[in-house]
Design a protein. Structure first.
Length: 232
């Protein structure tokens, strides 16, 4: 028993949490959890690029949010390692009352005073799923992936806000934040290294950076109207 415990404590497991690729969204809506939003041609190129980047890694488990864009992003990674794509509801996009609407300052849903009541508390936030709830479900999903790939590597495909929130929690930052400052570009990897059951480091990379439009890269200054519909 003691030998098993020592082995468990020394196991190194890496869980890569990937944001999906670009989505086909000509209407520019906040698609949230709505079904029917698939990767664009560019999004599929992004997914293929990350699959190439991870081809030589010791990936033994691939899981994704049930939404189409996440499943499609995960597919080439799983195929490269001879795996199936598992599905985990806990990796899904954050709930948002503005889902299905255009959203921005001076246009879309914010032009209607009836929607302003949803903007009263940015710390919770009042317009969607509480940050704490996102932490709970994402940590559980990461733990499940860690256990499934114990001693190897796993890939979880999720969405920008839940990824950023769980990273902020692990790195002990406040959960409320300026959305423009999230470091979670399309098709990026936020990688959590576990020693046994404990996270010991967090890394971030953008294998498909050259495919991402410059205004959508981490740290880029926002361009008015240019990021509509990418959300999530």
């Amino acid at each position: 028993m003691m030998g098993d415990m020592t082995q468990s404590e020394n196991d190194i497991t890496v869980v890569h949490v990937m944001r999906h690729g670009e989505v086909h969204n000509p209407e520019g809506v906040l698609y949230g959890r709505l079904p029917g939003y698939h990767l664009s041609d560019l999004g599929r190129q992004m997914a293929d690029r990350v699959a190439e980047h991870l081809a030589d890694r010791d990936i033994t488990y691939v899981v994704a949010s049930p939404l189409e864009r996440a499943q499609e992003t995960a597919a080439p990674i799983a195929k490269a390692h001879g795996l199936d794509v598992a599905s985990d509801e806990r990796l899904i996009e954050a709930a948002n009352v503005f889902q299905g609407k255009t959203f921005g300052v001076g246009d879309g849903a914010l032009r209607k005073p009836g929607n302003w009541r949803h903007l009263t508390n940015p710390f919770r936030p009042s317009w969607g799923e509480p940050y704490v709830d996102q932490v709970v479900r994402m940590m559980a999903a990461l733990g499940r992936a860690r256990d499934a790939a114990r001693g190897h590597e796993a890939v979880c495909v999720s969405h920008q806000l839940p990824i950023w929130i769980v990273r902020s929690f692990v790195e002990r930052r406040r959960l409320w934040h300026d959305p423009r400052k999230r470091q979670c570009t399309l098709a990026s990897l936020t990688s959590f290294t576990y020693r046994g059951d404990r996270i010991v480091s967090v890394g971030y990379s953008e294998p498909a950076r050259d495919l991402v439009p410059p205004h959508l890269r981490a740290g880029a200054k926002p361009v008015k109207g240019a990021s509509k519909g990418y959300g999530a």
